[in-house]
Design a binder for this molecule. Structure first.
Ligand SMILES: [Zn+2]
Length: 420
């Protein structure tokens, strides 16, 4: 077998024939010819035999490594005049539009980005992190399920922080498919308005339930005429429990400050370490934390009362209570917290009372804690591994690759044409 034929089979790039190869500065450079006589618009299905001019644009794409050598594919591209998109350099079947990498290389990159951390990818693939971000954006743009916004019935809206200093993404989840289907930078009413603008009033009119946190921004957008005013708004119990946990943390900090300012720095120090003992579920505590909790119990006082209130609230959603039973317990909890003389809990009780119906709606419709907690922890994990993005679009692309309706396949898992 001739070397070029062999290379053709090994590379297995759709629509091309290898015409030559050379080793240039340690890289294997493979020259290819496009087999199609017609020129394809890179943005649509338009093809034509007529080139716009005689110029050739020598173009390079990085392909998957051969051993320790980087591999580049090279060919001369022509321009065409697309009736819709104007004069463009022709598209190629083996790479995405505007990509400096083959589709195979990008698929491998996107796969790794969902599985491992920034420095591993940069070292393994020899590309920088911003490039990884742009590759993820391109893969999402071409490979995400186009029908993901059809037939939405039960959806969830969540805000996640993708970077420190208040950089947020709003994510819309299809509860029935269990996938994130939409996202955008920001977390206010206008952010969610953009989602409804995109799906239009007809699809929005068929939405039956929207779960969210207790901030007013998303509810306002859902209630807007032409959006989904008919939908039941559900508040994730997860977010309700979070509000009560935050109230506990306020009381804990207050007690700590009192100890510190009252000239008892030793006790104050111990208290600071009590944060996780108090906030974690009792079943998740380690030995030290459990011992600390027992000490706090013996000590009693406001912090212990706050703790029992938090645990009582959490327990409402931990079991298999039906909405009526849960409603009764929530009411009892609200009156207990309102009378607690713990300012943070009086305030939390007000918030819970205001959102009572939405919390019960979430229980009734089976929109459970696992969902919101699960999404939050997955997103936190991938963002931690990524350690920063150059743009919200890149952060969103990684969320969609990981939690969206997309099937990432490595080159050997894809149906190949099998050239040669
Ligand atoms: Zn076109």
């Amino acid at each position: 077998m001739r070397a070029t034929t062999l290379l053709n089979r090994l590379l297995d790039l759709p629509g091309v024939t290898v015409s030559g190869a050379s080793l240039e500065a340690g890289s294997l450079v493979v020259d290819v010819r496009l087999r199609a006589r017609k020129l394809a618009c890179p943005l649509c299905d338009h093809t034509t035999r007529a080139a716009y001019d005689t110029r050739r644009y020598l173009t390079w794409w990085r392909s998957l490594d051969f051993g320790a050598h980087t591999v580049f594919v090279r060919t001369g591209l022509r321009r065409l005049n697309c009736p819709q998109h104007g004069v463009r350099v022709q598209g190629v079947p083996f790479a995405r539009h505007r990509a400096g990498f083959t589709r195979d290389f990008e698929d491998v990159t996107a796969f790794l980005a969902t599985k491992t951390d920034k420095s591993t990818i940069a070292r393994f693939l020899r590309i920088d992190w911003d490039t990884v971000g742009r590759i993820c954006e391109r893969v999402v743009a071409t490979d995400l399920d186009r029908h993901r916004l059809e037939g939405l019935v039960n959806i969830g809206v969540d805000e996640v922080s993708w970077k420190k200093h208040h950089n947020y993404l709003t994510l819309v989840t299809d509860h029935d498919a269990g996938k994130v289907v939409w996202g955008r930078a920001g977390k206010d009413t206008a952010t969610l308005d953009a989602f409804f603008d995109q799906i239009g009033p007809q699809k929005a009119g068929r939405i039956e339930a929207v779960s969210m946190d207790m901030g007013p921004a998303y509810a306002k957008s859902v209630r807007t005429p032409g959006h989904a005013p008919q939908a039941t708004i559900c508040y994730d119990p997860f977010h309700a429990v979070k509000i009560v946990s935050e109230a506990l943390d306020v009381e804990r900090r207050k007690a700590w400050n009192e100890l510190r300012n009252g000239g008892n720095p030793e006790a104050a120090k111990k208290f600071k370490g009590a944060r996780w003992a108090l906030l974690k579920n009792p079943t998740d505590l380690d030995e030290g934390q459990a011992a600390l909790l027992r000490k706090l119990k013996r000590r009693g006082g406001d912090v212990w009362r706050a703790y029992t209130l938090k645990e009582a609230f959490r327990a409402i959603f931990a079991g298999d209570l039906n909405p009526d039973q849960a409603g009764e317990l929530i009411d009892r909890w609200i009156s207990r917290a309102s009378r607690s003389r713990l300012p943070a809990f009086v305030k939390a009780a007000k918030t819970i009372r205001k959102h009572r119906e939405g919390i019960l709606a979430a229980l009734r419709l089976g929109i459970n804690n696992a969902r919101a907690e699960g999404l939050n922890s997955v997103v936190r994990l991938i963002f931690r591994r990524a350690r920063g993005f150059h743009s919200p679009e890149a952060a969103l692309a990684l969320v969609m690759l990981t939690c969206g309706p997309i099937t990432l396949q490595l080159p050997h898992e894809q149906p190949r044409i099998g050239t040669g």
